[in-house]
Design a protein around this ligand. Sequence first.
Ligand code: CTP
Length: 406
Amino acid sequence: MTNAPTGQEIVRGFPEGGALLEALAGFPPAYLVGGAVRDALRGAVPVDVDIAVEGEIGSLAWALSDHFGAELLEHERFGTARLAIGGVRVDLARTRSECYAAPGGLPEVAPASIEDDLARRDFTVNAVALPLGDEAGEAIDPFDGRADLVSKTIRVLHPRSFLDDPTRLLRAIRYEVRLDSSMEPQTERLARAAIDGGALGTVSGARLGAELLLLLGEVNFVAALERMVDLGFHERWPGGIDPALCGSAALAALDTGADRVLSALAALLLGLGSGAPSVLEQLELDAGAAHRVRAALRDAPPLAAELRGDAKPSEIFVSLDGVSPEGMALALALGAAPEPLLSYLASLQYATLEISGDDLRAAGIAPSPAIGAALRATLLAKLDGLLDGREAELAAAIELARGGAA
Ligand code: CTP
């Protein structure tokens, strides 16, 4: 690959990149690795910086933290550290070898050379290192990752790769779709064998959940889900995977203001029927995200069934009040009539009365839950065009409150 950028050139392209390179001087040899190398070599803009250091990283991490005033997160077990420099995420890791005591578990790690560090990685295109200590530093590319980048090939480094780390099954699909690439035939055979053999069952739900969110976050994630079906994930997912439904939910998320990844995830889990909440729990999403997906799974199917195109505004309001944007997106994907939903989002949800509980109390209604119920019933009547103006609202609300509107 002629005219390929060097590691220093790539790092200088980041904010504070020049200062970062200067700050690395005097420490053990450092290499740019992983996604930044892959993306820069294919002419894309890298988003974050992974630096592998052939030696102890603690003092370097603290020096960078001091120099850039950046908060430092360290992970002792893996000899890694993370900090933000110039708004860019920088991961430092001591070069290491990995040994998997049990398939799907976390590896035992030991300090090792950069070559060993590349050999523990997922795919050849992610196993290229560019030295950062030398302006013209030659790429270290023991598995011909650069050639695979050019030929758009996703290739594992050794036959046990998917068994050691089955999250790589999802990663391989993600890279196929993102890099417009294909698994090399032997890699695909290994992937199919790992899936058939139940490899995914050996990984923690949390790690699978994280990879699944990344996959659903790809622009072309529907193609990734189709590929999952093609490779046999479908048979391991009770109820099956419905890529079109997930795609529709993500698309509808644009209309409802929902998170498109969580909407797609809810659609993916829906196929599991009554098993969905427990699988969702196993994925260990953060509490807020899990709550939104759970609510969508609960609200969308009845909403899709009950929301009619000719529903009155008050009926639309009652059906949709309190439903999350993800629930609405999933309901649309399930075939809910779009007109009522869009009219709720455009106007009904903002409807208010000109009166408040204070007006009812001023009219002599004793404070009680009947006031809230009367106001809501008045609002529904207003939505259906039965009341016009403040006086009409007040009269209706007083009557409802005195009559004990429920
Ligand atoms: N890696 C691996 N096996 C995994 C996860 C990561 O070998 N299960 C290695 C790969 O070399 C990868 C690097 O660690 O390139 C960094 O991982 P990550 O940040 O997840 O991916 P990126 O390559 O940065 O790419 P992206 O986030 O764009 O997928």
